[in-house]
Design a protein around this ligand. Structure first.
Ligand code: 13P
Length: 279
């Protein structure tokens, strides 16, 4: 049991007709929770964090050490991925820290700039024998996203983007948003079908939280092999803290944090099982 390249795990998931959960890491308790959920489900998992998140934890190297520790302790197969890196420096610091995958997100930029930055990031990632994720089209919203409006992936750009960037995993914009939906979620499944018919690059869905499970299952059947989740597991964690407030004893921190951890594990297990679906 160890850390693998993310594209390797995604291709394996795809061959089984399932998707892997990619869960946001924000501190050591929740990293432990993701590892335990993965072990309970006997299913590989992707640990991921944006630069803001790993800096909160003390740096990319601190996150990498924590993830490696829990992967060993709970004996799970996993990838460690940079989520929404926005500069080449982010890619480099995660390569140096031993991540097994990185995302360079230039999706809010014009096509040529997205190609240029993604291709540069791919060279660095491939030089370290790890995978690169990039996004074509733009998934908006939420704390972890940008303030830009969503832009759906344009099928006519897909083949050229993949060819020129040599990206290993492609994040597509088909109607999800980061964080809570403002209206009724409705995935553009015909668009996903068309994209999946054009390339065999494993496909990523950002903004998984709050998306109806029947739509997620349809997306998995059409080719999504990784679903990003932050809001739903963070909400479960916060709910645990809220419920524990009544029994809060300042001298016994565990009374407060253990219910939060347990709630988060329960939600993570639920999501891994929902994605571990084959028709
Ligand atoms: P949610 O917060 O909507 O689950 O999205 C997470 C995400 O896509 C991180 O990249």
């Amino acid at each position: 049991m160890a850390l693998y390249r993310m594209d390797t795990l995604m291709r394996d998931a795809r061959s089984k007709g399932i998707a892997l959960g990619a869960f946001e890491c924000w501190e050591s308790l929740n990293i432990q929770g993701i590892a335990r959920a993965s072990a309970m489900c006997k299913t590989p998992v992707i640990f991921q964090a944006s630069p803001a998140e790993y800096r909160t934890m003390g740096g990319a190297d601190a996150l990498a050490d924590m993830v490696k520790f829990y992967v060993r302790k709970y004996d799970v197969d996993a990838a460690l991925h940079l989520d929404h890196g926005s500069a080449i420096e982010h890619v480099q610091e995660c390569v140096d820290a031993g991540f097994t995958s990185v995302m360079l997100d230039a999706s809010a930029m014009v096509f040529e700039e997205n190609v240029r930055l993604s291709a540069e990031a791919a060279k660095i990632a491939h030089g370290a024998n790890i995978s690169l994720e990039a996004e074509l089209g733009h998934v908006s919203g939420g704390d972890s996203g940008s303030n830009n409006e969503s832009a759906l992936t344009v099928p006519a750009e897909v083949v050229e983007f993949v060819k020129r960037t040599q990206v290993d995993c492609l994040a597509v914009s088909i109607g999800t948003v980061h964080g809570d939906y403002r209206g009724e979620p409705k995935l553009h499944l015909d668009l996903l079908r068309e994209i999946a018919s054009l390339v065999d690059t494993p496909l990523v869905l950002h903004g998984g939280s709050g998306t109806p499970i029947d739509q997620l299952h349809a997306a998995i059947k059409l080719g999504i092999a990784k679903i990003n989740i932050c809001t739903d597991i963070h909400k479960a964690f916060l709910r645990g803290m809220e419920e524990a407030k009544g029994s809060l004893t300042p001298s016994v921190p565990g009374n407060y944090y253990v219910p939060a951890l347990n709630n988060m594990i329960e939600k993570t297990v639920e999501m891994i099982k929902l994605f571990n679906f084959s028709a």
